[in-house]
Design a protein around this ligand. Sequence first.
Ligand SMILES: O=C(O)CCC(=O)C(=O)O
Length: 216
Amino acid sequence: MSTVASLPAAFVPASYQASLFGIDDPWVDTSFTGVERTQLDADSWVDLMPRWMQGSDLLFGELVARLRWAQREVVMFDQLMLEPRLTAWWSIGSKSDEPVPVLGVARRALSERYHRPFDAIGFNLYRDGRDSVAWHADRERYEHEDPTVVIVSLGAPRPFQIRRKTGGPSQSWLLGHGDMLVMGGACQHDWEHCVPKVAHAHGPRLSIMFRHHLAE
Ligand SMILES: O=C(O)CCC(=O)C(=O)O
């Protein structure tokens, strides 16, 4: 179950409202120049490219305004609770183009680079520091030995953390303003990730997750 969420106008940045959306279209660097890989262990890796999505404030406003945001319900501790973030979803199966053209360009460029048929895009909106996503691994792992998951982060930076499923210290990246992070290899099997709550967020954050084999 999910509840459709409406958002206050303040979530749409002034830069978006004033823009003609066409002159300063967002774009991505399809050459991926400057991507840096961190090997988490022999089997798992993370790629990072700061500011991969250019014009990210504009895209943030566009996505907040265009997507049908919902707040899903989850069962936690035997209780039905609202997830602490808003979500939206697009997939090839929806038979409409991506909500904004640059996401189609990004999806095709990522499919080519990472040799994965990215066919679905998940969106998360963290309204303030109380919104979060708990430690988890993504469900592609049930079907694929080495699923690749791409996150593009817009808006105010928030820590994104990864740790071994068996516990131990976490590694953290501060992601926002168009940064791209890719989890690959055995990441979804041996590692888990989260976006923790923070006492002070400098504004909302929106993440775009490119996923594969989830189109239905
Ligand atoms: O927002 C993020 O950066 C991560 C979101 C996530 O892990 C998920 O939706 O499964």
